[in-house]
Every structure is written in C-alpha cells, then in structure tokens.
Write a protein that binds this ligand. Sequence first.
Ligand code: NAP
Length: 284
Amino acid sequence: MAARIIDGKAVAAAVRERVAGEVAELGERGIVPGLATVLVGDDPASAVYVRMKREDCAQVGIESFHHAPGGDIAQEDLAALISELNADPRVHGILLQLPLPGQLDQDTLIPLIDRVKDVDGLTPANAGLLAQGRPEALVPCTPAGVMELLDHAGVELSGARVAVLGRSILVGKPVAALLLAADATVTHCHSRTRDLAAVCRESDVVVAAVGRPGTVTADMVREGAVVIDVGTNRTDDGLVGDVDYEPVAERAAAITPVPGGVGPMTRAMLLVNTVRAARLQHGA
Ligand code: NAP
C-alpha cells in the first residue's frame, strides 16, 4: 500500500490564509503585527531566506522592518540594535537570521531578544517554558510546523509511540517537548542511540531531523507508520530528506515529501508566531 502524501505546501497555504484573517481582525482593533528582520553580512543564502520571509509577511498583511548591518558589526552594536527593537512598539517579532559572522557570539545575543518578541523560539526563556509544557511559550517554527502537519494528517498522538531522531535546540528537542505535551510516548534518539532501527520499528510515528540522507530505510519502518522527514540535504540528485523516500512510502500510512513537506511549514509558522507575539504584547 502506498502512503498518503502529507502536502506541506497545501497545509502552509491554509495556515497563511488563517493568519491573513487574524491579521485583518487585529487591524480592525488598530493592531498591525510587525516583524523586524536582521540580516548581518552578505551571505547569499541567508539573504534569500530573509527576502522570502519578508514577502510572506507582505502577503498576509504583517508589516516588516528590515535591518542589514555589515558583516563586521561589533557584538555590542548588534546588542544595541536588539535593544532598540525590543523597545520599538511597532515591532512584535525579531528575527535574527542565523548563522552570524564568526566574531559574533549568538549564544550571548539570542538571549537578549525579549522573549515575547522571540518568534524563532530560540531564547532560553522560551525553551524553558516549552520544556515545562507552558502554553505561553513561543515555539521554534520547524517543530511547530511538524505538529501542524501531524494535526492536519489526523494523527492521534495521545498514547502513540513516537521516535524523534535528532536532539538539536532548533528541531529535535522542541519537537520532542511538543510531542510529549501532546501525550505521545517519545523515544528521543541521537547519534549514540543503539539500534535505531529497533526503536523506529516499534514506533507509530517517526520524526527524522538528522541531516543525513538514507538515515531511515524501509526495514526500519512499521507497516502503517507515519513518517515526518525534517531533513534537508543538498546532494548531486538535488534536495533530499533523511528518509529513503520511495521504499518507505511503500510501507508507511502517511509521509512528508522533501521538498514540499516540512519546509513550507517552517515559513508559514513564522507568520503564526508573529501574530501570536502581537497578541501576547497587546493582550489581544
Ligand atoms: P543538527 O544540529 O546537525 O542535529 C542533528 C542531530 O542528528 C543531532 O542531534 C545528532 O546527534 C543526530 N544524528 C546524527 N547522526 C545520527 C544518526 N545516525 N542517528 C540518529 N541521530 C543522528 O541538525 P538540525 O539543525 O537539527 O537539522 C536537522 C536536519 O533538519 C538538517 O537536514 C536540516 O537541514 C534540517 N532542517 C530543516 C528545516 C526545514 O524547514 N525543513 C529546518 C531546520 C532544519 P548528536 O546530538 O548525538 O550529534
């Protein structure tokens, strides 16, 4: 049986439409959600990502404020810019595009972002709230997108056995925390996990966020499992995920493709987070 393909582009389009409705409703109350984008230096890939994020904002009516300091900016000057944006009432979300040039210490700079403006969910304050299962946490966009896809696919998470592959701050840890909060039984795997195949085979849902093509093969997946592939790997064959897509799709009940699965959701969830941040700041 071939798997149902979970179409991230379609779900992301529905999310954007929902956000546009919320922005219009907030506008009637005099609130215009605003996102500040900070792009340090001239990394071409980062420039493309930021441009796309600003276009997404424009499409749903979120105002964006762009800052592009030179790549040689000093740590204290970038810290001062973050303080300015924290104090600016038009700015509800601050997106500091990563990676930063080598002279800048992101572990010192990210915590300076006001937690209610932290639309990437990367401050220790939001990570702590998420770890405590507190609903007011702003959650990183990719993990939030994974949850939205699972919800859209009608996956019953309560009591389900879920294997999360990867334990980064950006993806693996927050996705595991969200799944736990949704009452899943989570097995959190990483590069030292013994017998990853056995863990995956026992799981109803597999979320792969590793960054290595072919990590999840068909023999590792139960018949009827749901497979979410977060991996984004550039190869000679183009963009591929962590999952051996065709053979796994033969066994799984539902699967996300790469591209067109989790990727579009990451962009859409930034818009959701910006509106959430505006609501938090206005008590709306
Ligand atoms: P990362 O920081 O490099 O983390 C990779 C994780 O995978 C680590 O926890 C590592 O374990 C684990 N790992 C490595 N080899 C493994 C193995 N053989 N078995 C099980 N776990 C293994 O990467 P990341 O930032 O989380 O990103 C993961 C992937 O998602 C990348 O391909 C990235 O491009 C992609 N991504 C996609 C989106 C999107 O929008 N679609 C967004 C963000 C990231 P250790 O901790 O033990 O080293």
